[in-house]
Design a protein around this ligand. Structure first.
Ligand code: SF4
Ligand code: SF4
Length: 361
């Protein structure tokens, strides 16, 4: 199937990166190495317009993300705009910088769901990974407040070499906090994580053990908590259908208003991203060059072009193809059919106990 913008399905989700500012410094942060400055951030009125346009386009859910979205003083106004546009709003927060009073204002403004990232079940390790002393205690306190307000809570844990041995403890921690869902997401190696890859990469044996533990916990806790798990690409045989397929399910708006098919898309040179300041979201979704570049399957080359799985995984991740194979049209090198797969195996074996290069604002 080849798809162009005019016949593209409606997007379901919008990731609204309200700011790149964040008090934490996670070495796997998905923000780009070059962060959008505060002076370029969209104002609340523009976000409100973007939410109305998203809703008209078919979007159901908006993820209010960052950086740390609570770094914006006008966050209640932005949450209210999402509610007014009939979007289900999910706040993705580090919990640092968001007080109980601030959270209560967001609940009053119509916030539907909160997702808190927790770096580890051991507080000292969690603070070290976040690069912020006391972060863990603040996260636990805010999680309790979320539950007290009756908002559904998801705990998100990014897994890597420093915490992979505690997957079980982290699921127990999420249960104890009253979360209804826990996301065990292995680091994806883009941006800051790519910079820190050797310091973050677990071994194959560690990953296989963690996958087995998650499976066992899923059975054990069925009905009590939903456990979502994202397997690390570098140890997979097939790639994941990145963002559900380029330009098929979701859009990502940066703090300065550029609209991307996925959060890492700016690493691919030559793509032209349109901005919500100059175009409507519907126009961008249907016609912007960046969304059109890898929609459908016409852009593919071998081995994807004649592969039976091409409608299933859409050739994997375009950013990873560029970063590891030097060609955004190549099969994702994570795929064992890719001629570049040996590179992934070699890189997975490069592990070093180096100090983290912390992300900085
Ligand atoms: S530094 Fe950490 S908490 Fe802050 S935006 Fe990045 S990943 Fe999220
Ligand atoms: S060859 Fe391409 S389409 Fe086939 S499984 Fe690998 S990445 Fe997916």
């Amino acid at each position: 199937m080849s798809t162009n913008g005019a016949s593209a399905p409606a997007p379901l989700g919008l990731l609204a990166e309200l700011t790149h500012r964040c008090p934490l410094g996670c070495p796997y942060c998905s923000n780009p190495l070059a962060l959008d400055p505060r002076s370029d951030e969209l104002d609340a009125a523009t976000w409100a317009r973007v939410f109305r346009e998203a809703s008209a386009l078919g979007v159901l859910q908006v993820h209010l993300s960052g950086g740390e979205p609570a770094a914006r003083r006008d966050l209640p106004e932005i949450v209210k705009a999402a509610r007014d546009a009939n979007l289900y709003s999910n706040l993705i927060t580090s919990a640092v910088g968001l007080t109980a009073e601030g959270l209560s204002k967001l609940a009053d403004a119509g916030l539907d769901h909160v997702q808190i990232s927790i770096q580890d079940s051991e507080p000292a390790s969690a603070d070290h990974i976040a690069g912020y002393k006391g972060a863990s205690a603040r996260k636990h306190a805010l999680a309790a407040e979320v539950v007290r307000l009756g908002l559904p809570l998801t705990v998100n844990v990014v897994v890597h070499r420093a915490n992979i041995a505690r997957v079980e403890a982290m699921v127990e921690m999420a249960l104890a906090l009253g979360a209804t869902r826990v996301e065990i997401a292995h680091v994806q190696y883009y941006g800051w994580a790519l910079k820190n890859r050797a310091a973050l990469m677990p071994s194959r044996a560690q990953v296989e053990e963690a996958v087995g533990i998650v499976e066992r916990l899923r059975q054990a806790h069925r009905g009590r908590i939903v456990i979502d798990a994202v397997i690390p690409d570098y140890y997979a045989r097939f790639p994941k259908p990145c963002v559900g397929g380029w330009g098929r399910r979701s859009l990502n708006v940066t703090p300065a208003g550029r609209v991307l098919p996925c959060h890492a898309a700016e690493v691919i040179p030559g793509l032209e991203f349109w901005n919500v300041r100059a175009h409507t979201l519907a126009d961008i979704w249907r016609s912007s060059p960046a969304f059109e570049a890898f929609r459908g399957t016409d852009w593919m080359q071998e081995p994807c072009k004649s592969c039976a799985l091409k409608e299933k995984d859409f050739g994997g991740c375009r950013c990873q193809a560029f970063l590891l194979a030097g060609d955004a049209r190549a099969a994702d090198p994570v795929c064992h059919l890719s001629p570049h797969h040996a590179t992934v195996e070699r890189l997975a074996g490069e592990r070093a106990d180096a100090a983290y290069a912390y992300r900085h604002s």
